[in-house]
Design a protein around this ligand. Structure first.
Ligand code: AMP
Length: 283
């Protein structure tokens, strides 16, 4: 396994692979890897000849009052996990090379970036789109892997690929990997106190309450949201940031579920913001 920090070196290696007709898979991460990341890596390993895992805590996707500086990092452990998972290259660019002095160009989803998480995290998706497009240019993958955990992110990246005519790249969305009690794995879970951790599976329970009602035939979003609110009220440390049922094209709230809907929520436990979601219905 190779560790590459130099952007030009990564571009050159990717160019060689492509010239040899070999397929390249990219798994973009911010590191502190867990079983969710590893599921993406496993799929990339199964699909492609060369697997690149990028590890980059991207400063431009954090707001001024967010957790950029204290975001958990453990590069040695990440490298060991990547090695075990059969990764070919861990790409760890330096922030000063990704964003040199006078860096000036950003990519923005005009409308989608303002919905759901975008409302409480202005600028977040601008940072995500910008860094992911840069990674696509550097690694030149044929396949790129993302988790449904960040469903809005995936939708925005799919739109970016379409709207900016990114050719020859297939995006894959992989299922959410959870702890035994239902909490979605996240690098940020380490922030939780013991009591917050105990209450955190309430996000999943709220989503399951909505799913049960939907399975019983309920299609009114208000009824599903009520059931979710009741569930969330059981956890006294849970402060809801948003709770929405939206369509999967515009991410706009729907009153009645027809076709596919995304049920998404963000909940604060203290300063820690957790997200989770579930898809209902078919496209
Ligand atoms: P992050 O390092 O948090 O930026 O995540 C990197 C990628 O891993 C993103 O595409 C996430 O959606 C995905 N991911 C994070 N947590 C999970 C999870 N619990 N299950 C599946 N994918 C995940």
């Amino acid at each position: 396994m190779k560790i590459i920090s130099d952007i030009e070196e990564m571009i050159e290696l990717a160019r060689q692979w492509r010239a040899a007709g070999e397929s390249v898979g990219l798994v973009p991460t911010m590191g502190y890897l867990h079983a969710g990341h590893l599921s993406l890596i496993r799929q990339a390993r199964a699909d492609t000849g060369h697997v690149v895992v990028s590890i980059f805590v991207n400063p431009t996707q954090f707001g001024p009052n967010e957790d950029f500086l204290r975001y958990p990092r453990d590069l040695d452990e990440d490298k060991a996990l990547c090695e075990q998972a059969g990764v070919d290259v861990v790409f760890t660019p330096r922030a000063a090379e990704m964003y040199p002095e006078n860096y000036d160009i950003y990519v923005e989803a005009a409308d989608l970036s303002r919905r759901l998480c975008g409302r409480s995290r202005p600028g977040h998706f601008r940072g995500v789109c910008t860094v992911v497009l840069k990674l696509w240019h550097i690694v030149q993958p044929h396949h790129a892997y993302f988790g449904q955990k960040d469903a809005q992110q995936f939708l925005i990246l799919e739109r970016m690929a379409r709207d900016l005519n990114i050719a020859g790249l297939v995006l894959h969305q992989m299922p959410i990997i959870r702890e035994a009690d239902g909490l979605a794995l996240s690098s940020r879970n380490v922030y939780l106190s013991a009591e917050e951790r105990r209450q955190a599976p309430v996000l999943r329970r709220a989503l399951l309450a909505a799913e049960r009602l939907y399975a019983a035939g309920e299609r009114q979003a208000a009824a599903l949201l009520d059931a979710m609110r009741q569930e969330l009220a059981q956890a006294d440390l849970a402060m809801v940031d948003y709770l929405e049922i939206v369509d999967t094209v515009y991410l706009k709230p729907v009153a009645e579920i027809k076709g596919q809907a995304l049920v998404a929520l963000a909940v604060y436990f203290g300063r820690t913001r957790l997200i989770d979601n579930i898809l209902l219905g078919e496209k």
